[in-house]
Design a protein around this ligand. Structure first.
Ligand SMILES: [Zn+2]
Length: 388
């Protein structure tokens, strides 16, 4: 079995760890792009999550990890099989897409010969199938051939993948946390991919001498005696898994002050951010950060962190403006967050079910529409509809 470097043993990179953990807590946040030079620990960190990922309940023997409690999202094979479904628990996984991946390996294939000879529907699931309800990881995402990127983006947008051969097709759910890493010196990323990855972290090589020494020591220790090293961090890793599970459960009732939502919209208008998606991503991310820290209410600090993660890679003003700098994002968000007074808990917004935020789209749409109806004025921001 492969031994992964423990997540808890990673030195520094706090922003990156947060961005990754919130995606694990709420996969609907929509993925993460990690940009940075070679050797800055991007790939190690992505794989290190393998140790701390929570378990999911799946239909036993299903190739595509169908959820026994969600029959609307079952694959063709689970739908066609009328026998009672047995459940099993599986640990979530990181599924890597190699740059040399074939389209069949990505999408999956059907063995027609077996079907003709024996009448058996023999399916070879692709990476998009294995990645359902898991993490789909692309190292050097900017170098992945365009046709594979398009297949992944289609699947990410539709949440389904179709394996087709001649007249036979098998449809299966394909909902995954998309994580991409890239070295910006090796080429740009297509705007379509940039837009699909909700959060972004630009990592740097550590310039803190103490951290660098600690990184070197830990790497040498792991190389010499991985089992001892992993055992050393075992308690922390288990603790982190517990925190993730607890955060997943409490996410649905994490409150966000209504006037924060208004401040987010106003700041996004001033930054000329395109579309409503970033507003929604900032809200979801801030709620996951609060849950991770075992708080029941989002704080201003959570919003500032989420805004930086959500906006640092987004072009603005219809693509005419470069992404805002961290300082610019912080300054503008601070301005609007400080202008809202702390209100009583009666003006809290609590989505009934954050994990199915799409169903709450209307409510969110109402809130973000406020930024259209009252742009850049100083009227009271707390007129959006309250949850009843
Ligand atoms: Zn299935």
């Amino acid at each position: 079995m492969h031994q992964y470097y423990p997540f808890s043993a990673m030195v520094g990179q706090e922003k990156l760890k947060t961005a990754y953990l919130v995606n694990i807590i709420n996969p609907k946040i929509g993925g993460l792009l990690i940009s940075g030079p070679k050797g800055s620990g991007k790939s190690t960190l992505v794989h290190s999550a393998s140790n701390i990922l929570p378990e999911i309940e799946v239909i036993d023997q299903c190739f595509f990890n169908c959820d026994p409690n969600n029959s609307d999202h079952w694959c063709t094979l689970c739908r066609e099989d009328s026998s009672d479904k047995k459940s099993a628990n599986k640990k979530m996984k990181v599924i890597s897409v190699p740059l040399s991946c074939s389209e069949d390996r990505l999408i999956g294939s059907i063995d027609i010969e077996k079907l003709m000879k024996k009448g058996i529907k023999s399916v070879q699931p692709g990476l998009l199938g294995e990645a359902n309800r898991n993490i789909l990881y692309i190292d050097e995402i900017n170098l992945l051939p365009d046709h594979l990127v398009d297949d992944i983006l289609d699947s990410a947008a539709l949440h389904w993948n179709t394996i087709q051969r001649e007249r036979l097709s098998i449809i299966h759910p394909s909902e995954f946390v998309l994580i991409g890493t890239m070295n910006p010196e090796e080429g740009d990323l297509r705007p379509q991919i940039l837009d699909r990855l909700s959060l972004c972290v630009k990592v740097k090589t550590s310039d803190n001498p103490d951290n660098r020494v600690e990184i070197v020591k830990r790497n040498l220790w792991f190389e010499q005696n991985p089992i001892q090293f992993i055992n050393h961090f075992e308690v922390q890793e288990k603790q982190l898994t517990k925190l993730i599970n607890r955060a997943k459960k409490s996410l649905n009732c994490t409150k966000i002050p209504e006037n924060f939502i208004s401040a987010i919209s106003k700041a996004c208008i001033e930054l000329k951010v395109d579309g409503h998606r970033p507003d929604i991503v900032i809200i979801k991310t801030s709620q996951a950060i609060a849950s991770l820290n075992q708080r029941d209410t989002v704080s201003q600090e959570d919003i500032l962190i989420s805004a930086d993660l959500s906006l640092c890679h987004r072009t603005r003003d219809g693509g005419l403006l470069e992404p805002a700098s961290e300082q610019e994002i912080t300054d503008i968000f601070n301005k609007y967050l400080k202008s809202v007074k702390s209100k009583s808990s009666s003006e809290m917004f609590i989505p009934e079910d954050l994990s199915s935020m799409d169903q709450n789209q209307d409510k969110f749409q109402n809130i973000v529409e406020n930024k259209i109806s009252s742009p850049q004025n100083k009227t009271s921001p707390s007129e959006s509809k309250k949850k009843d």
